[in-house]
Design a binder for this molecule. Sequence first.
Ligand SMILES: Cc1cc2nc3c(=O)[nH]c(=O)nc-3n(C[C@H](O)[C@H](O)[C@H](O)COP(=O)(O)OP(=O)(O)OC[C@H]3O[C@@H](n4cnc5c(N)ncnc54)[C@H](O)[C@@H]3O)c2cc1C
Length: 390
Amino acid sequence: MKIAIVGFGITGAALAVLLSRRGVTVELFEQSTVVGPVGAGILLQPVGQQVLSAMGLLDEAVQHAEKITEIRVRTHRGHQLVHLRYDEWTPGLCAYGLHRGRLFEALRKTLAATSTLTHLNTRILKCDSQDYGATLIDAQGNIFGPFDWVFGCDGGNSTMLQVSSLKFRDYKYTCGALWYIGRTERIRGHLFQATKGTQRLCGLLPTGHGECSFFWGATAEEAHSIRSDFDKWKVEALRIFPESEEILSDLQGPSALLFTTWRHRNLPHCVNGRLLLMGDAAHASSPHLGQGVNLGLLDAWVFDQIFGQCGNWAEAANHYAKRRQRHRSFYAELTYLLSPFFQSTHNVLSFPRDVALPLLNSIPLFRRQMISVLTGMRYDWWGGTYKLHL
Ligand SMILES: Cc1cc2nc3c(=O)[nH]c(=O)nc-3n(C[C@H](O)[C@H](O)[C@H](O)COP(=O)(O)OP(=O)(O)OC[C@H]3O[C@@H](n4cnc5c(N)ncnc54)[C@H](O)[C@@H]3O)c2cc1C
């Protein structure tokens, strides 16, 4: 049994670990020349923790992480919009703030102990599914395979999706965020965000030992003017968000701020021929609910569990597609619905937001619904929660 995974991100790495542990021969294809501890701070939600724990990797992944017990959002005037405690859902429950690279390193180290063959600097451009197997073609024209099955885990800009002939719809947000990793002791134990209308959203996510991820929501145009008038922007940032003083004093110049944009993807069916899409390739969305990495881990886990039961690639892929559809659609739809209330040019949306959120937050029933969404375990609009084991 030989399979190919295109994309050595969190989803691809987790899937490679799981399937190689089943004795499957895995070949991993990554376009970057080096892979390593890069990326922003991420929130590892309870669902992601459960997957890592079942893989035996949780302790290592979170050993330097920050325990996040609550989420706080306020307006620039200091009015509290959201204050949610994870342990209201289940005593002891928390998220972890960690650098994406630490999670990646934990997966990579585990993978190094398996027989997985990794092809770096290999950008796959084509996947050809035939009766005898699937072959991959890279940018240099090299042909790899045949493989029993191919997994497209190549992220939001997925080439595998483009060449899959699957129907999908993409919406590219005009907004994204500038982000930076620095140090501050000011915010500890919680994710802190501040808003001003829908045009300003900024946040601090502690990622352990005083390290912190700073986010500043911006369009590409705003990111450009921030870079060209950095000192003026710093003054505005400190006015809206004085909690960021320590981390911003650390920030030497605009080149340390990295810019990224979001997209929303609607992919009703994720299997075609011998190709299955997973992670951001299948369900890219804005990170406002902090679920991307968690959903990618869950994708890998669920596929592995189903494959372990049926032992047949096509059957497992089709079963997987049905089983994951509801959960990933729920998070995609909710993120798509909520994002304009936090980051958009429709400033008018901030009024209902600023009235409704504190109200809902003060009612225990609604507060619990909001926390259940954050955990990543929420299955549908009616309150069902995901069961990790089949
Ligand atoms: C600023 C920011 C903050 C975020 N915060 C959170 C958070 O708090 N919580 C959370 O859960 N998620 C968060 N996310 C989202 C999260 O980072 C993504 O959902 C997650 O990384 C997706 O993982 P993936 O493995 O599916 O894709 P990726 O991480 O994008 O990995 C895809 C890999 O495929 C490779 N690749 C692409 N095309 C090809 C090709 N043709 N051939 C070979 N290789 C290819 C890429 O180089 C890459 O290594 C955040 C994202 C950003 C940008």
